[in-house]
Design a protein around this ligand. Sequence first.
Ligand code: HEM
Length: 126
Amino acid sequence: MLDPVGSVCAEIGEEPVRRAVAAFYRRVTDDALLRPMYPDGDLAAAEQRLAGFLVGRFGGSDEYVRERGHPRLRMRHARFVIDGVARDRWMELMTAALDEVDFPAPQRTRVVAFLGDVATMLVNRG
Ligand code: HEM
């Protein structure tokens, strides 16, 4: 498959993706390492950006690109110190969130591989 995640929303809809991102941010709220990295107190806006990006990347609505333009994720993460520990914690919270919402298994495998690759690409320290 050329783009393993490009059809995820066609297969399972957008709802599981949005529910997983909501579950992820509930975990960020309680996380001593990640919580301080989110600049404004309003995690709801950050949740909307991540959900919009993922839904678009997974072939669903293109709200993210309409509102934010090209993602340029490496540039937009440059002001945060992301080392291997932070990367692993992000993935740990996200995989726990996918479990919490019972994200469908065949798609979960592809989504986790995609998220892991992007997370590794975003490491900018150490
Ligand atoms: C490696 C660990 C990561 C850390 C510590 C991290 C941290 C952050 C922080 C602190 C923000 C700012 C919140 C905001 O939007 O106001 C952010 C934004 C964002 N992150 Fe991450 N992130 C990580 C990985 C990822 C991954 C794997 C993805 C996508 C697969 C992602 C996608 C995004 C998006 C789309 C935004 C909003 C960008 C914008 O439009 O400004 N992040 N991230």
